[in-house]
Design a protein around this ligand. Structure first.
Ligand code: PLP
Length: 392
């Protein structure tokens, strides 16, 4: 983490490095509750399905104000199960942003369908519904908006587009658990919502985990079967499914953490507001803008380096790394730049806002244990980088 090669003596003393996430710090706070939950599962020996998983699914749906939630193996499987339940396959096209984690495009392609990439709204980094509309063809079979960094996509416009063409919407809510759009919880606005409980997500377990959400009982039943070998009941496997279930151990950990999710989210929002205040007046930095109709849960706090220079952004990130401050670029490349996905680009020359974002974004440490002092150090060091840089 801390480079020994190029210390910047002028940058102040490195006392303790600041990581992107602090899972150990959070565990120390919740240790008693979590250890007890794990022990209970181990002594019950109900490791697959069973009462703890069922209880978590019920509590999750209740927390989010929806009807059904089904635990699955991870967030990527959640997307796959959702697509399979909607019979997406060869000949179909699915519109999704190219500025995201690869999972949505990957599962579409895995099922033999074609992901087609929409550009983003530069203010929110979320799918641009106007551009998405221009990509609809008679092969379009679904839309997958991603609620990137924890902020809802423009769901009124997405649902309007979907309804006009009778398309189902799958919400990729892996980064946005508990976020709302016009007072509705994301994940239950479209036909199906997908969550990830990857350890660093806002509600993270201690391994892989995910969930699919829906208000439609028939769809819930179909997804339950698909995620369990396509079995309607034991040894009755009429459809091809997969083995993708949430572990009881992970469900037990998630039940504990779900009880703290409101306070986790508040901590993230407070940290985001503090970053906003600390950056006020620093003209080289664009802080995240929040759309008034959506409530951001800040999976990431992502700034832009004004004026689209990846080289400068990378130098800033290296400078911070050298003084022990972690940052990350989500995401450095549009998905259509990868060989497996290049056919999904319909606009010769690329998607301008996607490419600009790839060059400009930098995500800063954001987690439930972040302190004001740590944030001040991060922002001070960013300010200092630009001061020096301007003088060169
Ligand atoms: C994390 C993530 C996923 C995949 O979740 P896994 O649990 O890692 O499979 C999907 N989409 C987005 C936007 C993500 O951030």
């Amino acid at each position: 983490m801390i480079s020994t090669e190029s210390p910047h003596p002028a940058s102040g003393v490195i006392d303790r490095p600041i990581p992107m996430v602090d899972l150990a710090g959070q565990y120390r706070r919740l240790k008693d509750e979590i250890d007890r939950a794990i022990e209970d599962v181990v002594s019950s020996t109900k490791f697959i399905k069973g009462p703890v998983v069922a209880a978590f699914e019920e509590e999750l749906a209740a927390y989010l104000g929806g009807r059904h939630a089904l635990g699955v193996g991870n967030g990527t499987d959640a997307l796959q199960v959702a697509l399979m339940a909607l019979d997406i396959g060869p000949g179909d096209e699915v519109i999704t942003p190219a500025f995201s984690f690869v999972a949505a495009a990957e599962t579409v392609a895995l099922l033999g369908a074609q992901p087609v990439f929409a550009d983003i709204d530069p203010a929110t980094f979320n799918i641009d519904p106007v551009h998405a509309a221009s990509l609809v063809t008679d092969r379009t079979a679904a839309l997958i908006p991603v609620h990137l960094y924890g902020q809802a996509a423009d769901m009124d416009a997405i649902m309007h587009l979907a309804d006009a063409h009778e398309l189902p919407v799958i919400e990729d809510g892996a980064q946005a658990i508990g976020s709302t759009y016009k007072a509705r919880t994301t994940g239950y606005i479209g036909r199906i919502g997908c969550l990830s409980f990857f350890p660093s997500k806002n509600l993270g377990c201690y391994g892989d985990g995910g969930a699919v959400l829906t208000n439609d009982p028939a769809l819930h039943k179909r997804m339950t079967e698909i995620a369990n070998h396509g079995a309607e009941r034991k040894y009755r496997n009429d459809r091809v499914g997969l083995n993708s279930r949430l572990d009881a151990l992970q469900a037990a950990i998630l039940r504990v953490k779900l009880r703290h999710l409101d306070s986790f989210t508040s901590a993230r929002r407070e940290a985001a507001q503090r970053y906003d205040r600390l950056f006020a007046g620093m003209s080289e930095i664009v802080t995240p803008s929040t759309a008034p109709e959506s409530s951001h849960v800040y999976h990431q706090y992502t700034i832009r380096i004004a004026d689209g220079d990846a080289e400068e952004r990378n130098r800033l990130s290296a400078h911070l790394r050298d003084v022990g401050l972690a940052t990350a670029v989500y995401y450095p490349e549009p998905i259509y730049r990868f060989d497996a996905y290049k056919n999904g680009l319909r606009d010769a020359g690329g998607l301008p806002e996607t490419e600009r974002a790839c060059n400009e974004v930098l995500s800063l440490p954001m987690h439930t244990e972040l302190t004001a002092d740590q944030q001040e150090r991060i922002v001070d060091n960013i300010g200092e980088f630009f001061k020096r840089h301007r003088n060169v």
